[in-house]
Design a protein around this ligand. Structure first.
Ligand SMILES: NC(=O)c1ccc[n+]([C@@H]2O[C@H](COP(=O)([O-])OP(=O)(O)OC[C@H]3O[C@@H](n4cnc5c(N)ncnc54)[C@H](O)[C@@H]3O)[C@@H](O)[C@H]2O)c1
Ligand SMILES: [Zn+2]
Ligand SMILES: [Zn+2]
Length: 405
């Protein structure tokens, strides 16, 4: 079969690899109908992770069950299923408590497993024609309809970024009426803003510099903030101050809460500097959050900070060690949550919101391409929406488009 194989810094190729087989009685093999490219793939693509050449990429996978092992009971050949990017067993201490992002058995080398990802176990990715799914009963989420229907690109986002974004809102305690600042208008940031709005937030700000991404944020009702036009926290506070109705409702001394109650970092360690956007500044976002989140607020760090970043520009950062504004967070009594999202905790009810027309996360999808175009897609997506002709916000790959061509 054809698959997207990592070849080294900023290089992927679509190559022939052996078809996956059932390896355990509770495995399934899925024919991929759509696999998305993620900002997380870019960390590997840019040699900013421990990924070695040869990995088949792809952890955002949707398809049709082709074959099931004899122990699989709840799904069968022909079922349409989406797979959480976290591979999880369902029976270990962490899975049982809902922390499928920290499965203890799926990865012999660690406490987290996933498809096609460095350090996340032996599982091949799904940017390919077929995918082996371990613990199939636990990992397959059944979907209605078929691959040609209008929900295909919504459903594929259930593999990772819609539940991940919902989790970001959960970490930031976003509730009805809340004020929210989301840093990053990539796919995760956009869906974090969208999730916040679905949860009833009253004001949602989205910070980035990529024009098309900021436009998408605005299209769902968020306030776009371009960080190249001035300090983003100050822009948010200024925007809040100009809301005269809201300001006239303040009680004495509430001006001491000029920022927002909830903050989401949807950028991570590859953040660019606000002052010099051509350069990276790994703690840019946490410093902004320390500033703009009000006392007693909550922060979710959903953007990635790896403990292994061979491409970092200093020895500490190569080990994921950063100067962190702990004192400011402590003084304000802000809680911080972080880490990989437990997709399975949310994917069923987010699926049902999609089925029933209450959520349409595919508004972020900018490009639908055949699998064979993956090298081109990566080479554009890596610009993260900055530069003429580079507004690749979210790319979904479709193996069947190659066959049709
Ligand atoms: N925790 C999880 O389970 C999980 C799951 C999926 C993705 N992620 C991570 O979420 C992050 C975002 O993913 P994505 O797919 O949206 O990636 P992306 O790279 O497409 O988006 C990142 C965005 O951040 C913007 N940005 C850079 N510096 C900024 C700054 N100083 N201020 C504001 N915006 C800035 C970029 O312009 C870009 O649009 C990545 O780190 C990814 O690995 C985490
Ligand atoms: Zn992803
Ligand atoms: Zn487990």
């Amino acid at each position: 079969m054809k698959a997207v194989v990592y070849k080294g810094k900023e290089k992927v190729a679509v190559e022939e690899v052996p078809n996956p087989k059932l390896e355990a009685p509770d495995d399934a093999v899925v024919r991929i109908t759509t696999a998305a490219i993620c900002g997380s793939d870019l960390h590997m693509y840019e040699e900013r992770s421990s990924a070695e050449p040869g990995i088949v990429f792809g952890h955002e996978n949707l398809g049709i069950v082709e074959e099931v092992g004899p122990a699989v009971r709840s799904i069968q050949k022909g079922d349409r299923v989406v797979l959480p990017f976290n591979v999880a067993c369902g029976f270990c201490f962490n899975c049982q408590r809902g922390y499928t992002n920290a499965c203890l058995t799926a990865n012999p080398q660690g406490t987290t497993a996933g498809y096609g990802y460095a350090g996340m176990g032996p599982y091949r990715g799904g940017q390919a024609e077929y995918l082996r799914v371990p613990f199939a009963d636990f990992n397959c989420l059944k979907l209605p309809g078929n691959e040609e229907d209008e929900l295909e690109d919504d459903f594929v986002l259930l593999a990772d970024i819609f539940p991940t974004a919902w989790h970001a809102a959960e970490l930031a305690h976003v509730q009805a009426g809340d004020t929210v600042a989301v840093f990053g208008a990539g796919p995760v940031g956009l869906l974090s803003a969208y999730s916040s709005l679905l949860r009833g937030a009253s004001e949602v700000y989205v910070v980035d510099r990529a024009p098309e991404r900021l436009r998408k944020a605005e299209s769902v009702g968020a306030v776009p903030i371009d960080f190249t036009k001035g300090d983003p926290s100050e822009q948010i506070e200024e925007h809040r101050r100009r809301n005269t109705r809201q300001m006239s409702a303040l009680r004495p001394s509430e001006h001491k809460m000029p920022g927002v109650m909830c903050g989401i970092d949807a950028v991570g360690y590859q953040a660019h500097s606000d002052e010099n956007p051509d350069r990276e500044d790994a703690t840019q976002i946490v410093r902004q959050l320390a500033k703009v989140v009000n006392p007693t607020g909550h922060v979710g760090l959903i953007g990635v900070y790896f403990a292994d970043d061979p491409g970092a520009d200093n020895e500490a950062a190569k080990k994921g060690r950063y100067i962190f504004p702990l004192g400011e967070f402590w003084d304000k009594g802000i809680t911080i949550g972080m880490g990989q999202a437990p997709v399975k905790k949310y994917n069923t009810y987010l699926r049902d919101m999609i089925i029933n027309g209450k959520a349409k996360p595919s508004f972020i999808v900018s490009h639908r391409l055949p699998l064979s175009k993956a090298p081109e897609a990566y080479s554009h997506f890596v610009w993260r929406g900055v530069g003429a002709g580079r507004d690749f916000t979210k790319v979904v790959l479709k193996p069947a488009m190659d066959k049709a061509a």
